[in-house]
Design a protein around this ligand. Structure first.
Ligand code: F3S
Length: 62
């Protein structure tokens, strides 16, 4: 599975990186990116990041 960060919305709060560092990281522009696909064991963690993002910038792709 794959997550996606809308970088035009991300304000760089870093919460997703703290919540789920196996999927999200900050890039050089100070916004988050999903840098690798994830397996089912990380679904809860990714969902927590999605719910926690203050601007709703994270979504998932099939
Ligand atoms: Fe950005 Fe939301 Fe993560 S604002 S740093 S995508 S929690």
């Amino acid at each position: 599975m794959k997550a996606k960060v809308d970088q035009s919305l991300c304000i760089g709060c870093g919460l997703c990186v703290t919540t789920c560092p196996d999927v999200f990281r900050m890039n050089d522009d100070g916004v988050a990116e999903a840098f690798q696909e994830y397996s089912t064991d990380l679904v809860d963690s990714v969902n927590e990041a999605i719910d926690g993002c203050p601007v709703g910038a994270i979504s998932t792709e099939a």
